[in-house]
Design a protein around this ligand. Structure first.
Ligand code: MEV
Length: 439
């Protein structure tokens, strides 16, 4: 067993690479070569990346692709997507083009409320705690004034602080449940700083509250942290068209297509195994834009999946209806995003991605991201209920298989041509390549 290392973070980058290659790889010199190959040759870019996190040894690349032709509220967008899965950008582009010819996507932000909580334990009379809360409320805001000042100037700040009694679910547990407006910032640091200040004031003031006895004075702050569950930071994106315009696939009539798509959503609504995969497909689109624009995809993932379970069962995030002759397909999801602060001012590719998106506000980005999710789900369902997913998926995966098999550029061109009219599978590609090489 390798002996633990102390002070790893104090080592130089070279020393870290040396240590990890020596102790944890089979071929240290090869490992070092791979790590170095991914360094950026421009020192300032590399330094920037080195400083994003602790113990950086190299960069981890993902492809950045563009899905063009998105018409959103009558404005054209080309959407940058950072993702490794081969079919995602192609699927988004296909949906974008399909809906471009049918009026495009319509979107609306339904709310922008962010949430944070101070979790605390109080042993005593709730009526007294409530009295204390009303007494201390203005002091909470007063003490956090310097933190809130700038956000307030721009029109945001703390929207509400509520006292919530959770003691029936967990003995002695209460919260300050706080809501915020953070405008174009995701606001994590702002929210957490405010919460920590609220907690400090709350605890301090409790010690002097005249109605509390000595036990009640002793409020225990457990933690102060934002919540990634933001059901009121909500956006809706929708497409609609006459049923006869759903001429996706020559072998599926438009009405049959519409009915099957509704069925697919019905299934996801009652069957969590399917709903998770259904929503995973949506997140293919969402995460790719979130990553490209420097937002926190773990926060978004956590919040979105919690929202999918808001009715007590994990369900589809998309919905569809047929009313008379009209097919409607929409998504409603919580997205707490930022277009200022964090990586958005630092990472050159993030800055460029935001420029490509025409420098959106956080509200605009919410709408673009929701559209990317809806488009992705439309593409996935369209394939699933017609040809099946593998046809398109494997076509997109063809180059990966060819690369795995070490195909030359010439072989790749010939194989791509051949598979225009043949079904792609791993064994079929191996066979085709063997044949090419035998000639
Ligand atoms: C694959 O990454 C995503 C799909 O499985 C989504 C779905 O099944 O709806 C195709």
């Amino acid at each position: 067993m390798t002996t633990p290392i102390l002070g790893f973070s104090k080592l130089s980058k070279q020393e870290k690479i040396e240590w990890v290659s020596q102790h944890y790889t089979n071929n240290p010199s090869e490992a070092k070569k791979i790590l170095e190959r991914y360094w950026n040759s421009e020192n300032d870019v590399q330094k920037l990346h080195d400083e994003f996190i602790e113990n950086t040894i190299t960069n981890y690349y993902l492809p950045l692709g563009i899905a063009p032709n998105f018409l959103i509220n009558d404005k054209m967008y080309a959407i940058p997507m950072a993702i490794e899965e081969s079919s995602v950008v192609a699927a988004a582009s296909k949906s974008a083009k399909f809906w471009l010819d049918r009026g495009g996507f319509k979107t609306k932000v339904l709310g922008t409320e962010k949430v944070g909580q101070v979790h605390f334990i109080y042993s005593g009379d709730f009526a007294k705690l409530e009295k204390f809360f009303f007494t201390v409320h203005s002091k909470l805001l007063e003490d956090a004034k310097s933190l809130i000042k700038n956000m307030k100037k721009r029109g945001g700040g703390v929207s509400k602080i509520e006292l919530r009694n959770k003691s029936e679910e967990l003995h002695g547990y209460y919260q300050l449940h706080c809501t915020f407006e953070t405008l174009d910032a995701m606001g994590a640091n702002f929210i957490n700083s405010c919460l920590e200040q609220f907690a400090k004031t709350f605890k301090q003031e409790a010690q002097d509250f005249h109605l509390f006895d000595s036990k009640e004075k002793n409020i225990e702050i457990v933690m102060s942290i934002l919540s990634n569950y933001v059901p009121n930071c909500l956006v809706k994106a929708e497409v609609s068209c006459a049923i006869n315009e759903l001429n996706i696939d020559t072998s599926t009539a438009p009405l049959e297509f519409a009915n099957k798509l509704l069925r697919a959503i019905d299934i996801a609504n009652i069957e969590p195994h399917r709903a998770v995969t259904h929503n995973k497909g949506i997140m293919n689109g969402i995460d790719a834009v979130i990553l490209a624009t420097g937002n926190d995809f773990r926060a978004i993932e956590a919040g979105v999946h919690a929202y999918a379970s808001k009715d007590g069962q994990y369900k589809s995030l998309t919905h569809a209806s047929i009313e008379d002759d009209l097919f409607r397909f929409w998504i409603e999801i919580p997205l707490a995003l930022g277009t200022v602060g964090g990586l958005t001012n630092l990472h050159p590719l993030v800055k460029l991605a935001l420029e490509i998106l025409q420098k959106p506000t956080a509200k605009e980005l919410m709408q673009i991201v929701a559209v990317a999710g809806l488009a992705q789900n439309f593409a996935a369902l369209s394939s699933l209920i017609t040809t099946g997913i593998q046809e398109g998926h494997m076509k997109m995966h063809l180059l990966n298989i060819l690369n795995q098999l070490g195909a030359t550029d010439k072989e790749k061109v010939e194989a791509v041509h051949y598979f225009k009219t043949h079904t792609v599978s791993h064994s079929a590609v191996v066979e085709a390549l063997e044949k090419l090489r035998a000639n």
